[in-house]
Write a protein of this length. Structure first.
Length: 267
């Protein structure tokens, strides 16, 4: 019987720590290690920590992987399309795994959806790599919130339990058109069948991340209702994202105010 030939692995092209490129990476590690200012005890803790090698290996995989091609999305939306790499650069504590980068690339909205976002004033960005509540988002950089700590919502259920979901967030950059000075029910009638109201965590992430990446304050002079509810049943709103930080408040669904509109996200 004829034996099938097997492919052999070409190891000649593999880069090791002893090759020129590997030596350059090793020098980068050496420089950062020296800058860390470790003492004898902390150096020993690092050496013995079981997670250090795993963290290092994940970093090598993460930053050696070829970035997905977001050219189409960027050509359609321009600055209103934000990549996971841009999020991590602006918010270093937010790191997506290689698997998450791949998942986001594979689930990128279609060209038709991206064009719809462009036509309707939406921006597209990745949600955090792990589910985050409003309080979690505030913890990243509390300077971006009016209440840096505590606040009326610190012990509210919505602030802990309403969270982001991994994937792409498609959110309108302005209040829904003609939604100010209307009740909650009146505002919801303005949404199209393709839209929904995002929760407070999603809006908090969207507004503060857009600012971190693009340096632009959305909802600087207006508030928008979210889908989140306070413990007394009042509707949670966010907005007035000026230099004092994002304000999080609540009001009755029946209230009308000239500075209170409705937020919107693509389903």
């Amino acid at each position: 019987m004829e034996m099938m030939s097997m492919k052999t692995l070409n190891t000649s092209a593999l880069v090791t720590a002893d090759s020129p490129k590997g030596q350059r990476a090793t020098e980068t590690f050496r420089a950062q290690y020296n800058k860390a200012g470790l003492n004898d005890e902390s150096a020993q803790i690092l050496n013995e920590h079981p997670g250090f090698a795993v963290y290092l290996a994940e970093g090598i995989r993460r930053f050696s992987a070829k970035a997905p091609d977001y050219g189409l999305a960027q050509s359609i939306l321009g600055a209103d399309f934000i990549t996971p790499e841009e999020v991590t650069k602006a918010r270093p504590s937010i790191v997506y795994t290689v698997e998450q980068i791949t998942a986001l690339a594979e689930s990128l909205p279609s060209e038709d959806v991206l064009k719809w976002c462009k036509d309707n004033g939406y921006a597209v960005m990745p949600a955090p790599p792990t589910a985050m509540s409003t309080l979690d988002v505030r913890e990243i950089q509390s300077v971006h919130f009016y209440s840096k700590t505590g606040g009326w919502y610190a012990d509210q259920k919505f602030a802990r339990e309403d969270k982001t979901s991994f994937g792409w967030l498609l959110i309108k950059k302005t209040p829904v058109s003609n939604s100010t000075s209307k009740t909650w029910n009146e505002q919801n009638k303005l949404l199209s069948a393709l839209e929904k109201v995002p929760n407070a965590a999603e809006m908090s992430w969207f507004i503060t991340t857009y600012f971190e990446v693009r340096g632009i304050r959305l909802f600087e002079n207006v508030y928008v209702r979210t889908s989140s509810l306070g413990s007394d049943g009042d509707r949670v709103y966010v907005g007035r994202f000026d230099s004092d930080g994002l304000d999080v408040g609540n009001c009755w669904d029946g209230d009308r105010d000239g500075n209170l509109g409705l937020s919107a996200a693509r389903k």
